[in-house]
Design a protein around this ligand. Structure first.
Ligand code: FE2
Ligand code: FE2
Length: 284
C-alpha cells in the first residue's frame, strides 16, 4: 500500500466482511506508524464489494421485530447494528477516496474549490478504524450466541445516501455524519437501557463504546462541514438545512438526544425546525 487511496480501494473491493474490518484496522495502524501520502484516485466504486450473505432486502421486506428479551431478538439487534457498522466502514473509506481530488497534496484545477488538509483524512481514517472495531466487537458478540454476521437478511437502503451525495462533498457531510450518524446517537441510549434490563451488561458496554465513539464521528462531520461553509461563505445553519431538504430521504425523528448531539457540535436550532417533516425524495 503506497497511498491512503490504495488502502481505501483495497477495503472497498474486499467482499468478506471480517476481512474488510481487519484490513481497515491494519491500514489505520500503518498510517499511525508511518503516515502515507493521501494519493489520488478516480476509481472509487459506486457500490463497495459485499459478501454473498446477508441477503439484502428492501426495508419493507425486512422481518418484523421479535419480542424483546428473547435470544432471537438480541441476535436480530446485534446483526442489524453490525450491518450498519459494515456500511459505516465503507462510507468512511468512500469519502477519503471519492474526495481525494480535494486533497491539498493533489494539484487542483479549480482554484475556487476547497482543499482538504491531511487532518481531514486522518479524521476519517480514525472513523473507519472505529467502525471496524465496532463491527468486530458485534461479530464476536453474535458468536457468543452461536450466530454470525450474514445469518439474517439485512437492510439494503444504507448505501443510498452515499450514491445520492457522490458528487457533492458538502452534501455527503450534511447527510452521512450529520443526519445518519447523529440518528445513531438518538437511538443507542434506549438500546443500552434495554440490555441492562435484560442483565446483559456485556452488550450494554459495547453499545456504550459505540455511542461514545459515534459522538466523535458526528463531530468530525460538523467540523469539516463548517470548514467547507466558511471557505464558501455559506451560512452553516441555512446551508445544512437546504442540503437535508435536497438530499435526505426520510424524516429527522424525535426524540433527539440533545446532550450527545451538542457534544458533537450539532446545534439544536439547526435540526429542530426540520423535525418530523417527511423529506421523501421521489426517484425520477
Ligand atoms: Fe460505528
Ligand atoms: Fe460512525
Amino acid at each position: 500500500m503506497k497511498t491512503l487511496c490504495d488502502c481505501a480501494l483495497s477495503v472497498l473491493e474486499t467482499e468478506n466482511a471480517k476481512e474488510k474490518a481487519q484490513k481497515t484496522r491494519e491500514y489505520a495502524a500503518l498510517w499511525r506508524s508511518s503516515p502515507l501520502p493521501v494519493g489520488f484516485t478516480d476509481q472509487t466504486p459506486l457500490r463497495p464489494a459485499r459478501p454473498e450473505k446477508p441477503e439484502l432486502k428492501h426495508a419493507s421486506q425486512m422481518p418484523k421485530r421479535r419480542k424483546a428479551g428473547t435470544r432471537a431478538s438480541k441476535i436480530a439487534l446485534l446483526h442489524a447494528i453490525a450491518h450498519i457498522e459494515l456500511n459505516a466502514i465503507d462510507l468512511a473509506w468512500d469519502i477519503m477516496a471519492r474526495f481525494s481530488y480535494l486533497s491539498d497534496e493533489h494539484t487542483h484545477k479549480n482554484k475556487t474549490e476547497i482543499t482538504l488538509p491531511r487532518d481531514f483524512f486522518a479524521d476519517w481514517l480514525k472513523v473507519a478504524d472505529d467502525e471496524a472495531k465496532h463491527f468486530l466487537m458485534l461479530e464476536s458478540r453474535l458468536n457468543d450466541f452461536d450466530a454470525t454476521y450474514g445469518d439474517l437478511p439485512a437492510h439494503d437502503g444504507l448505501w443510498e445516501a452515499s450514491e445520492r451525495t457522490a458528487e457533492d462533498f458538502a452534501a455527503r457531510l450534511a447527510i452521512v455524519p450529520m443526519v445518519l450518524e447523529a440518528r445513531g446517537l438518538d437511538v443507542t441510549p434506549a438500546m443500552i437501557k434495554g440490555m441492562k434490563t435484560q442483565n446483559d451488561q456485556k452488550t450494554a458496554d459495547m453499545l456504550q463504546i459505540i455511542h461514545d465513539d459515534e459522538i466523535t464521528h458526528v463531530r468530525a462531520g460538523t467540523v469539516w462541514f463548517e470548514y467547507w461553509c466558511n471557505h464558501h461563505n455559506k451560512d452553516i445553519e441555512m446551508h445544512w438545512q437546504e442540503l437535508v431538504k435536497t438530499y435526505f430521504n426520510g424524516k429527522l425523528k424525535r426524540p433527539f438526544n440533545h446532550p450527545s448531539r451538542e457534544e458533537a457540535g450539532m446545534i439544536r436550532d439547526w435540526y429542530e425546525p426540520l423535525a418530523d417533516i417527511d423529506f421523501n425524495i421521489s426517484e425520477s
